[in-house]
Design a protein around this ligand. Structure first.
Ligand code: LMR
Length: 429
């Protein structure tokens, strides 16, 4: 008997040995991989400019005062046993007011489906899944360039994606004419993803007039505009102003979708708190869409955690706490703006032969530099400065203490006037 068991086990374990042999290591994530490289570097001078997270002027992660106060208020609430339905519907209500306006008809008449989501990523993923289920033949148009994870999200949901023109790498500005052409030339009824403010990674947003034109052309073509609102407040310092692009689409009576995240503007990255909303023709349709979204979420992760949701609800539903939050957003944006100006001035004072005006022309958390992949690698190797391969610099990681070191390092890797950089930086402009 014993001999039988042993040989059976041996036979099975030989078979088990082959289960995962074909699994190859996944490529490193272009953003999270930067943090890994940063963590592995032992230099005291190292700087992490990779992930888009705000840091204070000492380089520390920030817990906003409004979040501390909200935390004190929710201590002892019954949320640990909650299945989150009641708490999340309160947060969803606050989220839609923040995006579409507290007095907007869609909110007052309940013409939307809103669900709590696992931050902006989770909201996009839910939407992508919903899009595939209910428009299986559709694809998503993504800006070129866009947040790298957009490609993964729609790919994993098996929705094909196509790029639309967004950025002109030569002039370092919005490629508006080609963007509009792409909107006009896409098949009627296409899905377009837009960043309504603080575009990631370019820091270049359309003007109000340009948004009006985009909205108009989307209307003519009957496209579905989907907004990924990951940085509300980070473009202008005012969350209300940063919602202007979406409000323009609302004025044009579009039905839109929106992914919201509080990872950056409330410093809640680790809580994964966000919202997905989809505008509908009436509240009955809203209820149907919401039910479908909830069903998709139920099979993927059950219900999302509620702690962060309680924090966000406490802040947005109390006028004093909301004002405090808005002040704190302004404070973060002012610090970033100051660092942009100092970085540009430092490079100019070093007599850089290149044009650095784009540092202060761009908005939001990111400076889309014109550094080449080779220069990005050199910065990591020789100066312990880490950023994504496309030369995106998270200004959240730039501080009074490291901005001159950064400027000197950038100057060092670019001053030999390498041809590629010269072309990208419009030398002499
Ligand atoms: C980023 O672009 O760095 C952020 O959106 C963080 C993330 O999750 O990628």
């Amino acid at each position: 008997m014993r001999r039988f068991v042993t040989s059976t086990v041996r036979r099975y374990s030989t078979r088990n040995f082959t289960w995962w042999d074909h699994v190859r290591p996944a490529p490193k994530d272009p953003i999270m991989g930067v943090t890994e490289a940063f963590n592995a570097d032992s230099s005291p001078n190292k700087i992490n400019l990779g992930v888009g997270a705000y840091r204070d002027d000492e380089g520390r992660p920030v817990v906003l005062q409004c979040v501390r106060e909200a935390g004190a208020r929710i201590v002892g609430s019954q949320f640990l046993e909650s299945n989150s339905a009641a708490v999340s519907s309160k947060m969803v209500e606050e989220c839609v007011k923040l995006v579409y306006g507290k007095d907007s008809d869609v909110v007052n008449e309940g013409r939307f489906a809103g669900v709590q989501a696992l931050s902006g990523t989770g909201a996009c993923r839910l939407f992508a899944e919903f899009q595939r289920r209910f428009h299986p033949e559709s694809r998503i148009y993504l800006p070129d360039p866009t947040w790298s994870n957009h490609h993964n999200i729609w790919r994993d949901a098996q929705v094909p994606s196509k790029k639309y023109h967004y950025y002109n790498f030569d002039s370092k500005s919005l490629n508006f004419s080609m963007l509009i052409d792409d909107v006009k030339n896409a098949p009627d009824g296409s899905f377009f993803l837009f960043h309504p403010c603080a575009h990631n990674p370019t820091g270049m947003d359309p003007t109000e007039e340009q948004w009006k034109e985009i909205s108009y052309q989307c209307k003519v073509k009957n496209h579905f505009p989907f907004f990924d609102m990951a940085y509300q407040g980070f473009a202008s310092g005012d969350p209300e102003k940063d919602a202007r692009a979406i409000r323009i689409f609302l004025e044009d009576e579009h039905l839109t979708g929106c992914a919201q995240s509080f990872a950056k503007n409330m410093g809640l990255y680790g809580h994964r708190v966000g919202c997905l909303s989809i505008l509908c023709t009436d509240s009955k349709q809203g209820a149907a869409v919401r039910g479908q979204l909830q069903q998709i979420a139920r099979a993927m992760y059950g219900s999302p955690p509620v702690h962060g949701v309680l924090l966000v609800s406490a802040i947005l539903s109390n006028p004093d706490m909301k004002s405090l939050w808005i002040e704190e957003v302004k404070m973060m944006v002012n610090r970033i703006q100051k660092m942009r100006m100092t970085l540009q001035e430092s490079l100019e004072n070093l007599d850089s032969p290149l044009n650095w005006e784009h540092i202060t022309n761009q908005v939001g958390l990111f400076f889309f530099s014109c550094l080449t992949p080779k220069e990005v690698e050199q910065l990591a190797r020789e100066f312990h400065i880490f950023m994504t391969h496309d030369g995106r610099i998270s200004m959240g990681g730039v501080t009074t203490g490291n901005v001159n070191y950064l400027a000197n390092a950038i100057h060092d890797v670019t001053r030999s006037g390498k041809e590629e950089t010269k072309i990208l930086c419009n030398v002499g402009v």
